[in-house]
Design a protein around this ligand. Structure first.
Ligand code: C2E
Ligand code: CA
Ligand code: CA
Length: 599
């Protein structure tokens, strides 16, 4: 705009000087310079500052005024020249006015409130001027001016509509009509300065539907889509009017709240809203004659502009949401300091874990498995990590992290190799156990290379006699995956002679029907049942019925976590096959195990 006015403006001064009206033209030009300086400052203000939404409103008002001032100045030069006697100046004035109208209709397209009034403001005086010529061609030109104004406005309006459509598509989710991820991120980022300035708080709710995939897979995507629309409608009704609701994709929604004076108030409001949303989402849905039920898990992070980073906030809400999922779904978790500390600790563990193998910090211990006569018949390999900074870190801490980050693949390979090697050495030393158990993670199990990996390690370390001693312990969570795929992988591994055991039996979801289909040879009664045996009668019944059922299915049963003689006696009376626990021995190092075996 500055270039469009400052340089041609000099031409107007020259022309007016030729016709003896330079004084007025110079005053006009000073006006142009001043408005340009003002315009430049408005431009810089936007570039240099991250404006809050309130500041942005004021800024926009100034911008609007600037454009009006700018086009009014061009109207002024028109009036200046057109009222002069010399006809040359009239031609210039007419051209100026048409040119300015075209500029207004082209450049101001994004804003309807700007291009319409400006084009009218510029073209009407021109039409009136033609009218006042008082001759037939004047009337014709006047009508033409009107038509030109209409064409300019019509063209600008069409472009405007197209622009709005593109803008809408870029910012909205087409399925639900809610704002999309792109808009949400910008919104969150632009909210930060205002939260920071006013020291206020807001919240971010991350809503993820539970088991939505099941509906999609079983009833089809059309029904899934309709359900998502209904869900978004329910959340829209529940949220605060001043807040933003967006769909991030899939079955994930996000709500950004209004601003609150302090953290506690914000937290209470967020919690209340999240609980209301959980409730209304749980009410039944009717989609094409299907009655559907769905719940959601919600993670909340509280925002105060200090941690000036939208992606971090989303991550926090995400962590809280996963925590809600892990706590059994259908719940709300607010990201807090304690969780932050845990996340940081986990991050550190993750990094240290990365170097643990190279530093020789990982080793295995072996817990003896005993039969009813007190004879050592087997062992379970358990991993240990001895870190120089944190000392001994237990597998319950780092295995889940290794699973999440994928380092379980390398770690699991190392564990298996070490275990296989130990078993082959034991055999040479005359330690004749019947079975040797190794824990296998889900993630490791489904890794594309797993079967080949097991096969080549078998070849490298194990004789045929040894191979049939190996038992892979998997947990019940395995059945959450594609059952046919699990069975296929299990069968391939069984062909190597390796058997399977269902670890932590009774704590998960596995039903009898799964047990029947999975090619397993053994179950391990979880230690939580064993430890309660002497106290809780229910657990006695539970353990007895697991044992009865296992006999029906021809499965071997290992009781783990046997800590007392009473527990051992009870299990023995119910004909459990193998016993493992502190009553007999803690997990032992290689040397300790051999000594224990010989004794
Ligand atoms: P798990 O497979 O159920 O292993 C048994 C856990 O119970 C071991 O803890 C063992 O030390 C403990 N335990 C044994 N007897 C008793 C007892 O009488 N009383 C009590 N209170 N506890 C007993 P650990 O070694 O800390 O392992 C914890 C979990 O970490 C294991 O549970 C397993 O899920 C996982 N894990 C351990 N080693 C490996 C491994 O090499 N690979 C994989 N993927 N996971 C492993
Ligand atoms: Ca185990
Ligand atoms: Ca277990």
């Amino acid at each position: 705009m500055m270039v469009l006015s400052l340089f041609p403006g000099l031409g107007y001064i020259f022309l007016s000087w030729m016709h003896g009206i330079s004084a007025r033209a110079i005053i006009w030009y000073i006006g142009i310079v001043l408005v340009s300086i003002w315009g430049y400052r408005i431009y810089k203000q936007y570039l240099d500052n991250n404006l809050s939404s309130a500041q942005l409103k004021i800024w926009y008002k100034n911008l609007t005024l600037f454009y009006y001032a700018f086009f009014i100045l061009w109207l002024v030069i028109f009036l200046l020249f057109i009222t002069e006697k010399q006809y040359h100046l009239h031609y210039i004035a007419i051209f100026t006015e048409i040119g300015a109208s075209v500029v207004a209709s082209v450049l101001l397209v994004p804003d309807k409130k700007l291009f319409k009034p400006n084009v009218i403001m510029l073209m009407v005086p021109l039409a009136i001027y033609f009218l006042f010529i008082g001759e037939w061609f004047g009337y014709v030109l006047s009508i033409f001016s009107g038509i030109l104004a209409w064409v300019l406005i019509y063209a600008a309006e069409s472009s405007h509509k197209l622009l709005m459509q593109t803008n809408y598509l870029a910012n909205h989710d087409s399925l639900t009509g809610l704002k999309n991820r792109y808009y949400f991120i910008n919104y969150l980022q632009s909210m930060m300065p205002s939260l920071q300035d006013s020291k206020t708080w807001s919240y971010l709710l991350l809503i993820d539907l539970d088991h939505f995939k099941t509906i999609n897979d079983s009833l089809g995507h059309d029904i899934g889509d309709r359900l998502l629309q209904k869900v978004s409608e329910r959340i829209r009704k529940e949220k605060h009017a001043n807040s933003l609701l967006a769909r991030l994709g899939g079955d994930e929604f996000v709500v950004v709240g209004p601003e609150y004076g302090n953290r506690d108030e914000c937290r209470i409001e967020a919690q209340a809203l999240a609980e209301r949303i959980l409730l209304i989402l749980k009410e039944s849905y009717i989609v094409e004659l299907h009655h559907l039920y769905i719940s959601a898990s919600i993670g909340v992070s509280l925002v105060n502009g200090k941690n000036n980073d939208a992606s971090r906030l989303i991550k926090e809400a995400d962590i809280a949401m996963y925590e809600a999922k892990e706590n059994g779904r259908d719940g709300v978790i607010i990201f807090d300091d304690e969780m932050e500390k845990r996340v940081e600790y986990n991050l550190e563990i993750e990094q240290l874990l990365h170097f643990s193998l190279d530093k020789n910090e990982i080793s295995l211990v072996y817990q003896p498995q005993i039969d009813g006569h007190g004879k050592v018949v087997g062992a379970e390999a358990l991993v240990r990590w001895n870190n120089e900074k944190h000392g001994t870190i237990m597998p319950d801490t780092f295995i889940p992290i290794a699973e999440q980050t994928g380092s379980i693949i390398v770690l699991g390979h190392f564990i298996m190799e070490t275990a296989f090697r130990t078993l082959s050495i034991w055999e040479q030393q005359g330690i004749a156990i019947q079975q040797f158990s190794i824990n296998v993670s889900m993630r490791q199990f489904f890794y594309y290379d797993f079967v080949d990996d097991v096969r080549s390690l078998c070849k490298k370390y194990l004789t045929d006699d040894n191979r049939i001693k190996i038992v892979f312990e998997v947990t019940e969570s395995i059945v959450a995956e594609d059952l046919d795929k699990i069975i296929r992988i299990m069968e391939e591994i069984r062909q190597l002679g390796i058997r399977f055991s269902m670890d932590d039996f009774g704590t998960g979801y596995s039903s009898l029907s799964y047990l029947k289909r999975l090619p397993i040879d053994e179950i391990k009664i979880d230690r939580s049942f064993v430890s309660e045996l002497n106290k809780v009668e229910n657990d006695q019944i539970m353990v007895s019925s697991i044992l009865d059922m296992a006999k029906q299915f021809n499965l071997k049963v290992v009781a783990e976590g046997v800590e007392t003689e009473d527990q051992f006696d009870f299990l023995k009376s119910r004909k459990c096959d193998i016993y493992q626990g502190f009553y007999f021995s803690k997990p032992l190092t290689d040397d300790e195990f051999r000594a224990f075996y010989k004794k």
